[in-house]
Design a protein around this ligand. Structure first.
Ligand code: NAD
Ligand code: APR
Length: 262
């Protein structure tokens, strides 16, 4: 409601250091399925918990690589939504703004957000399975080469150009630790911000889910945008029940329009 929106807008407009923490829900209105939403959740459809693991890749690299090619193709067809663009405006308007995302799509970047912190890696950063993990370079698949997983879109992963080992998706799988540098930067930003805006995350997967809790413990104002209740509700100061593409543009307008012009 508008009282809550203006309360959130005031905190955001007055903030010096803002962190925007996003999950799959920010990309839902771009047509990229979330992980745990009932009807559209990725896990429900493809039992992804089986696919997004080192064991699955070892057992059947072509199936797992095919699934990630299918996800990459879906993201390529998607476009950033007004929620992504509002986040770019927030980062540009706040004296200091940082985006921390659990998403592996590149929609924040394509909406003009510079250098978002990817806690779970990226679909567009495959790497070699060798310990060195040198970034893998290889040609993109020809258009149309990626078939829906339902048709068993098995695609053999490419070989690393440096050492001929298999190339793997550059995402963090179930059971794997998060990239150290990304997690450290995210925790540092959360511990020193005035406002943390959490959008489109169920807040159930650790250690990513620690980020908003660290901000709250450090005294930051936590604002949440999510159509559903989440376990982050108890640490949230202003809970905006709604979707990213609806709420975020209104929040930005209320936060910065009031100081412009009048
Ligand atoms: P997990 O339970 O295996 O834990 C992952 C890491 O978080 C481990 O290092 C664990 O020690 C640490 N951890 C667990 N609970 C914690 C807590 N309360 N506080 C601090 N650290 C904690 O996590 P998971 O569900 O198996 O998934 C591993 C990671 O992979 C998660 O971050 C998940 O989001 C990510 N993942 C990514 C994809 C993808 O396709 N992008 C798919 C599945 C999972
Ligand atoms: N606007 C805002 N929030 C939305 C929207 C929307 N249009 N649509 C759905 N949501 C909310 C849902 O209510 C839910 O709380 O987004 C959240 C999506 O939660 P998940 O599917 O669990 O996605 P996420 O929180 O990003 O999952 C965390 O777990 O599976 C791993 O690595 C994977 O990064 C993922 C992590």
């Amino acid at each position: 409601d508008s009282v809550l929106l203006h309360q959130a807008a005031r905190s955001l407009g007055d903030a010096h250091r803002v962190v925007v923490f996003t999950g799959a829900g920010i990309s839902a209105e771009s047509g990229v399925p979330t992980f745990r939403d009932d009807l559209t959740g990725l896990w429900a459809r493809f039992d992804a918990a089986q696919l997004a693991t080192p064991e699955a890749f070892h057992a059947d690299p072509d199936l797992v690589w095919g699934w990630y090619e299918w996800r990459r193709a879906r993201v390529r067809r998607a476009t950033p939504n007004p929620g992504h663009r509002a986040i770019t405006t927030i980062v540009d308007r706040a004296p200091a703004g940082t985006v921390v995302t659990q998403n592996v799509d590149d929609l924040h970047e394509r909406a003009g957000t510079r250098a978002p912190i990817h806690l779970h890696g990226s679909l567009f950063a495959p790497r070699c399975v060798a310990a060195a993990g040198h970034p893998a370079t290889f040609p993109d698949l020809p258009e149309g080469a990626v078939t829906e997983l339902a048709e068993g879109g098995r695609i053999p992963p490419p070989r690393c150009v440096s050492c001929a080992a298999l190339v793997r998706p550059g995402v963090v799988w179930f059971g794997e630790a998060l990239p150290e540098a990304a997690l450290t930067a995210a925790v540092e930003a959360a511990a020193t911000c005035d406002v943390l805006l959490t959008v489109g995350t169920s807040g159930v997967v650790y250690p990513a889910a620690e980020v908003p809790r660290i901000a709250a413990r450090a005294g930051a104002t936590v604002i949440q945008v999510n159509p559903e209740p989440t376990p982050l509700d108890p640490v949230t100061a202003v809970n905006l029940r709604g979707t990213a593409a609806q709420v975020l543009p209104a929040l930005v307008a209320a936060a910065w329009e009031r100081t412009d012009g009048n």
